[in-house]
Design a protein around this ligand. Structure first.
Ligand SMILES: Cc1cc2nc3c(=O)[nH]c(=O)nc-3n(C[C@H](O)[C@H](O)[C@H](O)COP(=O)(O)OP(=O)(O)OC[C@H]3O[C@@H](n4cnc5c(N)ncnc54)[C@H](O)[C@@H]3O)c2cc1C
Length: 401
């Protein structure tokens, strides 16, 4: 239990997947946690759809595998194809990774977040305060005090450490004067999730259609759901592309039958990493510390790896078993791993986000022979339902939208 002078050992700011995982992992180690969250409901718009087997191991550690599995399907092969359907590159779907779990899973993020929050509700070490906003902090050698505001008005929380898991715009990062290094990748995309009704014809593989007329992602999104992402073209506005008619026109060439639009959002995909992950008693995790384009499905995974790295270190420091200098190893260890994920994702993005037809033709001329020579692992096109392939190759190539 915390020293009487403190309200908790660790104050977690932000209860997205990374804050919830951080609080749960700390609580399992006996660390007392207060977790505050500005919103009162789980973020409803479409975001992550993929996590990998290492993350499933962490869910196993937290005892939520059965619940997570209800909202997940093993990842299928992942193919990059031209507008004409030629293979540019592909990633096989390992059905069993070194951990014993499938290499990855396609899932529904709000369901996962609810499963993580359900754990917190059972942990006596954790107090969750929804509807409370972090506003400012002060710290000295012994403690960090956060000023918060919520349903009962302004208040303060005194903690031994504070972890900012408060997302991309991170008020905690701003409060410590944190800056981000920028990969210079910044692309606007429309994201559409559909529910898949019986008889629908959605592709059985995950696809990047590297069509300069409209770079498009089409992937599974957990049981009964499918995801499309469409790169915005010059002149298109967020208001325009979010309209039903616009989305229906984009989905038409896929000829999927019975699917229903469930969620939609526009995001800018970019690569950013915090210059510093720690300022004294304050640490950053998840999107507060790094943002990754989604093409490799690693942004949330990286954040949950942050939580795993941080939880055991904070526990040992709080127990007085190791000096607090060990917390400097957190950013030192996590940054290279995160940078590698961002490099990979930005690299995939540079293959996909090519709206210039000449540049796309040059890319295709270089990559198709390499893929067919086996320099890339080719997955048989039979894994794509004929109807989807015809539409990727045919209607789209004729400029159906
Ligand atoms: C289209 C898209 C697709 C993606 N696909 C994938 C994928 O397939 N795989 C993957 O791993 N990742 C993916 N990601 C990334 C993933 O969604 C994010 O990395 C992840 O959601 C970040 O989690 P987080 O907990 O760090 O931040 P968030 O989920 O943003 O949570 C931050 C929380 O902090 C709260 N907060 C903010 N300010 C305050 C405040 N002042 N006080 C209190 N609370 C506050 C917010 O309300 C929010 O709940 C994708 C992202 C997008 C946009």
């Amino acid at each position: 239990m915390p020293d009487d002078a403190f309200d908790c050992d660790v104050l977690v700011v932000g209860l997205g997947p990374v804050g919830a995982a951080t609080a749960a992992l700390l609580a399992r180690r006996g660390v007392s946690v207060i977790a505050i969250e500005r919103d009162t409901v789980v973020y409803p718009l479409p975001r992550a759809v993929h996590f990998d087997h290492e993350i499933m191991r962490l869910f196993q550690q937290l005892g939520i595998v059965d619940e997570v599995a209800r909202h997940s399907v093993p990842v299928p092969p992942y193919e990059f194809r031209t507008a004409d359907g030629d293979l540019l590159m592909s990633f096989p779907a390992d059905l069993e990774a070194a951990s014993g779990w499938a290499a990855g899973y396609m899932f529904h993020q709000p369901s996962l977040e609810r499963a993580l929050r359900d754990i917190l509700a059972t942990e006596p070490q954790v107090a969750v305060r929804l509807g409370w906003r972090f506003e400012a902090l002060a710290q000295d050698a012994d403690e960090v005090t956060a000023r918060i505001n919520g349903p009962e008005g302004p208040a303060e929380i005194r903690a031994r450490y504070l972890v900012g898991c408060d997302g991309a715009s991170s008020p905690v990062r701003q409060a410590i004067g944190g800056t981000l290094s920028d990969y210079g990748f910044d692309e606007p995309w429309l994201v559409v999730d559909v529910s898949v009704q019986p008889g629908a014809r959605t592709p059985a593989v995950n696809l990047q259609v590297c069509d300069p007329e409209r770079p498009t992602t089409c992937v599974m999104a957990g049981p009964g759901r499918h995801r499309w992402e469409f790169m915005l073209l010059p002149g298109e506005t967020t208001d325009d592309v979010l309209k039903d008619g616009f989305i229906e026109r984009l989905l038409l060439p896929w000829d999927c039958g019975a699917v229903e639009i469930e969620r939609r959002a526009v995001y800018r995909f970019h690569g950013l990493v915090a210059e510093h992950w720690r300022a004294g008693r304050v640490l950053l995790a998840g999107d507060a510390a790094h943002q990754t384009p989604p093409f490799a499905g690693q942004g949330m995974c990286s954040g949950i790896r942050d939580a795993a790295n941080l939880a055991w270190k904070l526990d040992l420091v709080l127990a007085g078993k190791v000096p607090d200098a060990i917390l400097d190893t957190y950013g030192a260890e996590r940054a290279p791993n995160v940078r590698q994920a961002i490099d990979f994702s930005v690299g995939l993005g540079r293959v996909i986000c090519v709206p210039d037809p000449t540049a796309a033709a040059e890319r295709d001329a270089a990559m198709i022979p390499a893929a067919s020579d086996g320099q890339m692992i080719a997955i048989s096109s039979r894994r794509i339902p004929a109807v989807a392939l015809r539409n990727v190759c045919g209607n789209r190539a004729r400029g159906a939208h």
